[in-house]
Design a protein around this ligand. Structure first.
Ligand code: KIV
Length: 273
């Protein structure tokens, strides 16, 4: 595949995503970790390409995202940003890479300057608010991440739906609002009951991006390998194999983008109550 020219004209931005929310138009995010898949995703109309720390599992073969290092995300972000002409490139801040404000600023700066990212994502609740605020203050678009936070797997003892009990749901709604107030530009909700995800989405100005959080979110995200049906181990309830009914990888990603825009994905079978 030939290298695509770098051209920022027409690039997806936090402002254009906000306009989508205001207009009630859904948008899509997909993970990619290398240039070839990122270029296909970009050409298929994916709005945000996430260089997720899920690479620790799907690329590196670990059983969690905890072993992923800053240098891993940096390397893969560079691979992806080199070819994304339209899609926003978002770098996932790995385990312990944002444990205090100076470290978070340093690592996010590397992802933006050396990796070519236009935004970063970070997991965590109230305790990461000072980090979100500092990043926003210095001009770094932030996607907060609530609900299931895979970097906490060793504390959680597994991957489970979050926010089913009233106290946790109330806390999550409060955290979502304070993330927005602290300067977050987007909020990812992972494995959250549909009703709670809808309430959070409706109470925020910034867009929500769901994975296992229902079609009421403003956008959806999938791990590329789940979309292609090549995940090993247990297939998550929220995943759908779009390749099964498509003739090519590009057609599968296009079908995903179309289904998200139309509100046809996720269906009830991909969600939690
Ligand atoms: O790392 C990742 O791929 C993620 C997804 C769950 C969206 O954070």
């Amino acid at each position: 595949m030939s290298t695509l020219p770098k051209d920022n004209t027409g690039k997806v931005t936090v402002t254009s995503l906000l306009k989508h929310k205001e207009a009630g138009e859904k948008f899509s995010m997909l993970t990619a970790y290398d240039a070839s898949f990122a270029a296909v995703a970009d050409q298929a109309g994916v709005d945000i390409v996430l260089v997720g720390d899920s690479l620790g599992m799907v690329v590196q073969g670990h059983d969690s995202t905890v072993p992923v290092k800053v240098d891993d995300i940096l390397y893969h972000t560079r691979c992806v940003s080199t070819v994304c002409r339209r899609a926003m490139v978002m770098a996932d801040m790995p385990f312990m890479s944002f444990r205090d404000v100076p470290l978070a600023l340093e690592n996010a700066t590397r992802f933006m300057q050396d990796g070519g990212a236009q935004a970063v994502k970070l997991e965590g609740g109230g305790h990461v608010l000072p980090v979100v605020e500092a990043l926003a203050k210095y001009g770094i678009p932030v996607c907060a991440h609530l609900g299931l936070q895979p970097q906490y797997v060793n504390k959680l003892g597994g991957y489970r739906v979050q926010g089913r009990d009233k106290a946790t749901a109330k806390r999550m709604l409060h955290e979502a609002r304070t993330m927005q107030d602290s300067g977050a530009d987007m909020l990812l909700l992972e494995c959250v009951p549909v009703e709670l995800a809808n309430e959070i989405t409706q109470s925020l100005i910034i867009p929500t991006i769901g994975i296992g959080a229902g079609a009421g979110c403003d956008a959806q995200v999938l791990v590329l390998y789940d979309l292609l049906g090549i995940s090993f181990g247990k297939i998550p309830k929220f995943a759908r194999n779009f390749l099964a009914e498509a003739g090519s990888i590009q057609a599968a990603i296009e079908a995903y983008v179309k289904a998200v825009k139309a509100g046809d994905f996720p269906a009830a079978e991909h969600t939690f109550n």
